[in-house]
Structure formats: C-alpha cells, structure tokens
Design a protein around this ligand. Structure first.
Ligand code: PEP
Ligand code: MN
Length: 337
C-alpha cells in the first residue's frame, strides 16, 4: 500500500502514521518528495488492511500497489532513482560505464586496464577477486589479494570499484573494498545473500539470472530494497535460450521493460550477454539506444592470455574506439557519456 500524506501534513502526523503502520504489522518505507511525503507500507498481504489509515490526520489517500513488486516499482516511486557514488551520479542524464577485466590477475594487469579505461572515459573499474566459475577446476580468483590490487588501481587512477560477492560471509570484506557490490547471475535468486545486502549501506548491482524472468528479477531486487538498501542497480546480462551461436541471448527488450516497471537504474553487460568480443560494440550501442543507464564491459590488455572470459574481452584500443562511438549514440538519445 502507498500512504500519501497531505502536502501540509506535520512531522507528528507522519510519525503517528508510521507507528500505526508498524503496529498493524507492516514495514514503512518513507520517501520525502518535494511536494509531499509518501510511505510505502509493505508486508504480508493477509495482515489487517491498511485502509484504517485513511482516517488519520495528515493522510490524503491510501492506494494499493497492484504489482507483486512494491518498493522497486514505479507505482510507489514514479521518478527514476539516481544513485550517487562518490560524486558519480548513476541513473541520471549521464551514462555510466564500468569496465575492466573479468578477473583480477595481477597488480600490473589491473593497473594497466584501469589506466586505459580511465583515459577512455570509464568511471568505474570492474574486476572479480572471487569468481563464480562453472567448473571448480577453473581459476577461482585471487580472493583478498585481488581486492588489494583493485584498491591499488583505485589509488592510482581514482576509478571507483565494482567487484562481486559470492557468499554472505564475504560481505564485510567485499564492502571494505567495493564502491558497488556486484551480485552475479548465478546468485540472482540467492535470497539469503540478497537479504544481507539489503542490510548494508553500499550500492548493489544485481545481474539478471540466466533463467530469471523479468518478474522474478524485480522480486529479487525487491529483496534487497525491502531490507532498507534503496541503492540497487539492475543489469541485463543475457539469458539462456536455444541459440548456441552466442554464449547467452542478450535480452535488450528487458531494458525498456525494466524501466517501465521500475525506477531503478538499468545497465547492460554485452560481454557476458554475447560471449564474443566482436559482438560487444554493436550490442553496447544498441543498449544505449534502448535506454540503458550504463554498461558493464570486460577489457583485458591481452585477451588471449586472460584467466577467464578472454573471448568476450575487448582490447583497450577497441574499448577506446567504442567509447567514442557511444558518445554519438548517447547524444542522439538525449544522454551524455
Ligand atoms: C562477471 O561479471 O564476471 C560475471 C561472472 O558475470 P555474470 O554473473 O553475469 O555471469
Ligand atoms: Mn566475466
């Protein structure tokens, strides 16, 4: 339910309504708008109906949220969410680019990539230190040592860090190093992990699972937001279909669809979404044309030698060319890059 407070409602009235929501067994989530304050009251639908709130002083109306997702939906918050990370605004007019290697392999590698993607205009450096590999015998990442290398690269370039968390127990460690914590496709419906990420004060980029419908995906984001962490970024990264000429099928219709249903920023990862470096640039451009707020792109100085995902990694020179080309597309759709 959405409780819309009257424009002249007092702080005491807001407090009384909030307390009543809790008393009725729901959790209040307050958004203070310029015009008026609204409270999202969420909880099990079979609890006492909230229409009693309509009688309380300061309440203008009580409106049901019809969609199964509540706090991440446009019904609750029509205007887009802009997340500020250390001065960088995500979800506004400017498109955000996150670039870097699939895995952190060495200090030299990650610093070389960081310097090149920084000069091409990326705002965030990505790099996995804890890797969710399909085979237990594949390179699993450098762990905390890898996180320290990312920190070094941040010191050298000023780029902010995006890195993946695999388990609940690693959250405090990852949060020390990351500016945005990534949840990978394989953990998109790991509700224990999502609940815990909802309790920390750090933006989360959650990838779409490879077999997750748009509706399930929005419910996954709802898990994080329902715990109080409102800084969530969505990222389409390809889904499983019968097509086997690409690694996954990049579902670009997810971009306008997610933006229609949700106020959260929507990113696209054309690297995992296609699996081949030569498909990354065209799909990155298409993503911006489709309305994406940002991109996540894998870049490696020597893709042939990469310890993971070399086939889908762009060389730094190719990434720099892509960034130039993306500027024109961004301008055409009223954005900047
Ligand atoms: C990654 O970003 O390196 C990664 C493993 O992505 P995904 O979870 O989308 O497969
Ligand atoms: Mn990868």
């Amino acid at each position: 339910m959405i409780v819309v407070m009257a424009s002249n409602a007092t702080e005491e009235q807001l407090k009384a309504v909030t307390e009543k929501i809790i008393e009725l067994g729901y959790k209040p989530h307050t958004i203070r708008g310029v015009e008026r304050t609204v409270i999202g009251a969420v909880g099990h639908e079979d609890k006492t109906p909230l229409y009693v709130l309509e009688q309380m002083p300061g309440v203008e109306s009580v409106i049901p949220i019809l969609k199964p997702w509540k706090l991440v939906g446009r019904e609750f918050k029509p205007e887009p969410t802009v997340i500020e990370v250390d001065g960088e605004k995500i979800g506004g007019e400017k498109i955000t680019v996150i670039a870097g290697p699939c895995s952190v392999e060495s200090e030299e590698q990650v610093i070389a990539v960081a310097e090149s993607v920084k000069s091409a205009g990326a705002a965030f450096l990505r790099g996995g230190a804890f890797k969710p590999r399909t085979s237990p015998y594949s390179f699993q990442g450098l762990g905390e040592e890898g996180l320290q290398m990312l920190k070094k690269a941040k010191e050298v370039t000023g780029l902010k860090i995006v890195t993946e968390v695999l388990s609940v127990t690693d959250i405090p460690l990852i949060a020390e190093y990351a500016d945005i914590i990534q949840v990978g496709a394989r953990n998109a419906q790991n509700y224990a992990l999502l609940n815990q990420l909802g309790k920390i004060d750090k933006p989360v980029l959650i990838k779409r699972g490879m077999a997750t419908t748009i509706k399930e995906y929005l419910m996954a984001a709802e898990y994080i937001v329902s715990q109080g962490n409102y800084n969530v970024i969505l990222c389409e990264r390809g889904i499983r279909t019968f097509e086997d000429s690409t690694r996954f099928t990049l579902d670009l219709s997810a971009v306008p669809l997610l933006k229609k249903y949700s106020h959260l920023p929507v990113f696209v990862d054309p690297s995992h979404g296609t699996g081949y470096w030569y498909l990354v640039s065209p799909m990155a451009k298409a993503a911006i044309a489709a309305g994406a707020d940002g991109l996540m792109i894998e870049v490696h100085p020597n893709p042939k030698e990469a310890l993971s995902d070399g086939m889908q990694s762009l060389k730094p020179e190719k990434f720099a060319v892509l960034m130039e080309e993306l500027r024109a597309i961004a301008t055409a759709v009223g954005r900047t890059l």
